[in-house]
Design a protein around this ligand. Structure first.
Ligand code: NAD
Length: 329
């Protein structure tokens, strides 16, 4: 298919672009490079540097590429910042996404794969998390994603938009050949922070909360390899052939790991300790978040190929060792 990947110069998007091209799709990227890296876009893939809310630019890109489907990764993603500056998140993640949707409808592009998040659930009432749990986000970032999910559902009914919204758990790891990987600034994700602390590139890691009702007292999260995550976006495309499809999937492995287990994994793989300090709980961190991935496994036949924490952390270590300054290296 002709695929326009919006936010395709970012962490997850760039992995999806490579996979889509390898699978034989004709791929182009639209990204404003507010957080993405032009270097992550492979040679031969056209990069449109534009804001997804710029309807003239997006419509031109859709026309030029004869896009049949949009895969949309573009968003601001820093939960903490969203609490400080909610209007910035609303403007980008909701208003500009609406601009993208209007451009798609105007150009007759009615298939979309959208990056949502387990943060739309807030503090879930049970584990593992199924798609039918109530969605009550506890931060503006999660609220923006939920707002888009609801809008997509409306457009499926009113305009025949066919979409899949994937609610990701914690994306992690890097491409196994070390060519691309995670390079966020600022970095807020545990695995790259732990690796940087072990390599002496950052101060000791802070472990927020050691008295949670979990086996070792630290938070449990569901880490899913970025290539496994990306593959689901391609697996779902045949399901969008019918107009008006509204599909929601949790995307995690279903295997929870604690902060202490992540630290131990990084230390094991790098062969050096991860300096860390124990700190108070952080407001808004639920003790455990992990997926019931039965639906995506059943309906898409999706099976994570990286099924242990060590296998994910290994690819991340490989990337961070090879590229000490990320794409700027
Ligand atoms: N990383 C995770 O663990 C995780 C978890 C849940 C959900 N998500 C979602 O997955 C998506 C990708 O996350 P990521 O970690 O790759 O983030 P990222 O910041 O690396 O990538 C996002 C990309 O979107 C681009 N972008 C942002 N606003 C834009 C706009 N208005 N117009 C054009 N481009 C724009 C950025 O430049 C960047 O390249 C996001 O929507 C995020 O909310 C990520």
């Amino acid at each position: 298919m002709n695929v326009l990947v919006v936010g395709g110069a970012g962490y997850i998007g760039s992995h999806c672009v490579r996979q889509a091209a390898a699978a034989g799709h004709v791929v182009a990227v639209l990204d404003d490079l507010s957080y993405g890296h032009a270097e992550s876009v492979p040679a031969g893939v056209k990069l449109y540097r534009a804001d997804m809310g710029d309807q003239a630019a997006v419509r031109a890109a859709l026309r030029e590429t004869r896009a049949e489907v949009v895969i949309d990764f573009a968003a601001f993603t820093n939960v903490g910042e969203s609490v400080q500056r909610p209007e910035r998140y609303h403007e980008n993640n909701v208003v500009r996404t609406e601009g993208l949707l209007q451009s798609m409808l105007a150009e007759g592009v009615k298939k979309l794969v959208f990056s949502s998040t387990c943060a739309t659930y807030g503090v879930p009432e049970r584990m593992p998390m199924t798609e039918d749990l109530p969605q009550q986000p506890i931060n503006p970032y999660g609220a923006t994603k939920l707002a888009v999910e609801r809008r997509l559902r409306e457009l499926a009914g009113s305009h025949g938009l066919s979409f899949a919204a994937f609610r990701y758990f914690n994306a992690a790891g890097a491409s196994p050949d070390g060519a691309i990987g995670e390079d966020h600034s600022p970095e807020t994700h545990l695995i790259p922070l732990a690796i940087a602390a072990a390599l002496g590139r950052r101060p000791p890691l802070k472990v927020f909360g050691t008295d949670y009702p979990t086996p070792d007292g630290t938070c449990l999260r569901d880490y899913v390899h970025v290539d496994d995550l990306s593959r689901a976006h391609l697996d779902v495309l045949p399901k969008l052939a019918q107009p008006g499809q509204a599909l929601f999937y949790n995307l995690g492995t279903g295997a929870p790991y604690s902060v202490k287990e992540v630290i131990a994994s990084v230390a094991r793989i790098l062969g050096r300790p991860v300096p860390h300090e124990l700190a108070e709980r952080r407001e808004g961190d639920p003790p455990a978040l992990y997926a019931d991935a039965a639906k995506v496994r059943r309906e898409l036949g999706w099976v994570p190929r990286y099924d242990t924490l060590d296998s994910i952390v290994l690819t991340a270590c490989h990337w961070h060792l090879a590229r000490p300054k990320g794409f700027a290296s």
